[in-house]
Design a protein around this ligand. Structure first.
Ligand code: CA
Length: 226
């Protein structure tokens, strides 16, 4: 297993290296400290997963991501400073599979790497792993896949986490504050725009229009109904 990291802070590369050495032996970490070197690294090393910092000295991580996506579908996790929603949204739009906010916990990073790898696996899944959530929605929690009307729906990691949070609290209103804390790991500042964007996308992917699965509770939150 090979993991590429594109990050200009040597201390972070070293720490990630140590985390893998101790917690996940057998992973080879290859690193680049500029965007240009990073693109070449992914091209030459064909890693199984790539970790990409957004703030790089020579070019933006978004442009690096765009270049990488021209030749590779490698699962990719972006690192952003602060919980910059703009960064996170742009990254996911540009084809990142997940994001982590700096400073981060190294065990979280390893868990996210595992999760994107698991999703990238294209092994067929037996039907019986799906849990019936409602007559039209089924979720395979092991492989993190969602089916609506027996059709596989491709969700981003954030969309998936949001759906699972609502499903686990079926028929209960989940507050904006709780969504913010559990999905984005930060305090709610009163701005519901991000949540709205994600709910809109989730509904679109679930073909939930007019909304029947995910209901908005004005000023309070969202509720999944079965
Ligand atoms: Ca940086």
């Amino acid at each position: 297993m090979k993991v590429a990291i594109i990050e200009d802070e040597k201390s972070i590369i070293d720490a990630v290296n140590i985390a893998f050495e101790f917690r996940w032996p057998g992973v080879k970490l290859v690193a680049a400290m500029t965007g240009r070197d990073g693109i070449a690294l992914v091209k030459n090393e064909s890693p199984d997963v790539t970790i990409l910092d957004i703030n790089l000295p020579d070019m933006s991580g978004f442009d690096v991501l765009k270049e990488i996506r021209k030749f590779s579908a490698v699962p990719l996790i972006i690192l952003t400073v602060r919980s910059d929603d703009e960064d996170m949204l742009r990254g996911l739009e540009a084809g990142a599979d997940d994001y982590i906010v700096k400073p981060f916990n190294y065990l979280t990073l390893l868990a996210r790497v595992r999760a994107v790898l698991r999703r990238a696996e294209k092994t067929p899944i037996p039907n019986d792993q799906y849990t019936v959530i409602s007559p039209r929605v089924r979720i395979d929690f092991v492989n993190q896949r969602v089916k609506v009307d027996n059709r596989l729906v491709r969700l981003t990691p954030v969309e998936y986490r949001l759906l699972v949070l609502l499903v686990k609290n079926k028929d209960i209103v989940v507050s904006h504050q709780r969504i913010m804390e559990e999905i984005w790991g930060k305090l709610f500042n009163g701005d519901t725009e991000n949540i709205r964007i994600y709910v809109r996308r989730l509904r679109k992917k679930l073909q939930d229009s007019p909304p029947k699965f995910i209901l908005s509770k004005h000023r309070s939150g969202y509720m999944f109904v079965s």
